[in-house]
Design a protein around this ligand. Structure first.
Ligand code: FE
Length: 350
């Protein structure tokens, strides 16, 4: 009633109040929308949420986290095109980050903070993706069934003395594709093809299951040697599942290729989407994930190796011993991926 009265008596003050209202509410709206960042993560919620919550606490920037399978999330970003909700995409393996780069859904960024702490080989040379944590893919062997002196390199696993003794997952898994791509870079296509042909003959069983299943298969006597990523071993040995713990305890790690290029390593990493409207906060989030605190968290909780040289691995990982890691630029694995897949197919690696 009083508003109507006010309108009748003073129309100018009504217009002025609407103008003032718009003037103050617009920047408020803009500020609110900028204080968020949308993250599509192929890492499970438990492996990323605690650290992004820490980011929110420190910066006041809310993170809307959407988790899912790597390929499904990438497909979603592709189909959302310019209207994508995603600002940041996190996934594991440089091969998958390359898929995102080639699908033209990422943008290159230049960040002094990222370039300073992440070694050249663990990030895209053009700035499309950055490694956030590192994992190795060594050889695991059953204690007592294999003498570590029998082992030397990935290449040597093709020797006929290992016939029927090796458990490894299928060739459609990116981890094995990247391992093969790293061999391809050093050994070339002919030697790698010959290696794959012979290596397949040494399989104890048709490839099945994930990395943990290879360790379980070895511990249960199906094979003597398994290839797996280090963080699975860490999770099995510290986890609550008694069967997994027991299996892991039966195994030892061997770091291959220490006299030449080093053990194959890969990363989990992140990129900023091409069509984000929130580049600044997206970059802040990625930069936060390589701060000492975040790297410490990756090391202690995820059983991964920090990408920063000034953050030590966890005590458990240290107990597995120091090793020389292959320093090939991981973008090279991406370039070799298609050829690696063809070699595995021709070798009959299911
Ligand atoms: Fe994995």
């Amino acid at each position: 009633m009083s508003l109507k009265k006010g309108l009748k008596t003073n129309p100018c003050s009504f217009i002025l109040s609407i103008f003032l209202c718009c003037l103050f509410s617009l920047p408020l709206y803009a500020t609110q929308s900028l204080q968020e960042v949308n993250l599509y993560s192929a890492r499970k919620e438990a492996l990323i949420k605690p650290i992004v919550d820490e980011f929110t606490q420190q910066t006041g920037i809310k993170v809307n986290l959407i988790t899912g399978k790597a390929d499904a999330l990438l497909q979603r970003i592709k189909s959302e095109v310019r209207n994508t909700y995603a600002d940041v995409f996190i996934t594991t393996d440089a091969g998958r980050l390359y898929r995102a780069k080639s699908a033209d859904v990422l943008q290159a960024i230049q960040s002094e903070a990222l370039n300073r702490v992440i070694s050249d080989n663990l990030r895209d040379p053009e700035g499309y993706w950055y490694g956030l944590s590192m994992r190795a893919r060594p050889i695991f062997y059953v204690k007592g069934a294999v003498n570590s002196e029998e082992l030397s390199t990935y290449e040597a696993l093709a020797d006929s003395k290992f016939k029927g003794r090796i458990c490894i997952r299928s060739s459609n898994n990116i981890y094995n594709q990247s391992l093969l791509a790293s061999m391809l870079a050093v050994d070339g296509p002919n030697k790698t093809q010959q290696w794959a042909n012979d290596f397949v003959k040494n399989f104890a069983r048709k490839p099945k299951g994930g990395d943990r299943d290879q360790i379980k298969g070895a511990a249960s006597g199906q094979c003597d040697i398994a290839i797996a990523n280090t963080y699975y071993f860490g999770k099995m040995i510290t986890g609550k599942k008694a069967d997994q713990k027991k299996a892991a305890e039966a195994m030892a790690i061997f770091w291959p290729n220490q006299t030449n290029r080093g053990t194959h390593v890969n990363i989990s990493g992140a990129g900023i989407t091409k069509h984000t409207k929130n580049t600044a906060n997206a970059q802040k989030l990625i930069e936060f994930l390589v701060t000492k605190k975040a790297q410490r968290w990756y090391a202690d909780v995820n059983f991964e190796y920090p990408v920063r040289k000034d953050v030590a691995a966890s005590d458990l990982l240290k107990s597995w011993g120091d090793f020389k890691a292959d320093t090939i630029n991981l973008s090279q694995l991406d370039v070799n991926n298609a050829e690696a897949v063809k070699i595995m197919d021709r070798a009959g690696w299911k």
